[in-house]
Design a protein around this ligand. Sequence first.
Ligand code: B4P
Length: 190
Amino acid sequence: MSRRLVLLGPPGAGKGTQAARLSAELGIPAISTGDIFRSNVAERTELGRRAQRYMDAGEYVPDEITNAMVRDRLAREDAAEGFLLDGYPRTLDQVRELDDMLAANGLALDAVIELTADDEVVVQRLLGRAAEQNRADDTDVVIRRRLEVYHDQTAPLADHYAERGILARVDGIGAVEEVTERLLGALHAG
Ligand code: B4P
């Protein structure tokens, strides 16, 4: 089965939720750029300090910061046999960088899955999470901005990967377990 994977989708589509489940199921690390940024913010590192103002506003962290962080993370030993990237790439520049990082080792992505969900569904989910987790970027205004940025910069990446013949689209609406089954089905079919 494919081992070098990307999970695309709007904020709130369930990427983080599903990445953790797929990671356990497939035995590969789930690498979430959002989680890495948040832990750096919590630990008050230099990287966290640089990323925080973008995240709090619902904007993407600049490509050079994000790409350097992913390059370091993919160089770690646990990613040698495969990985599931959650939330990266999000821009065309990041797509190119990821291709370069892999090509330097004679590798390429095996599959990209776009987890789909309507804007209204994701807004409701993220507002629900706000009530539980108090994430700085889960306010109504910032959620709307994150969706705008997603449609503008990240949604076109799905077409790019479709042209390369490595994209599968999976419906992210339904119970968490059901969505995981669909994702595993798409990966086995790919
Ligand atoms: P992320 O952490 O990736 O945030 P996200 O898009 O909201 O996804 P997340 O994984 O958290 O949510 P999920 O859909 O699982 O990014 C945060 C910020 O970091 C970005 O805005 C940006 O500033 C920065 N960043 C990250 N990567 C970057 C990059 N590559 N380039 C530049 N900047 C970057 O879950 C949402 C909610 O839905 C949860 O409450 C969950 O419980 C619920 N849910 C999930 N599945 C469900 C289901 N089936 N049914 C009902 N609810 C469900």
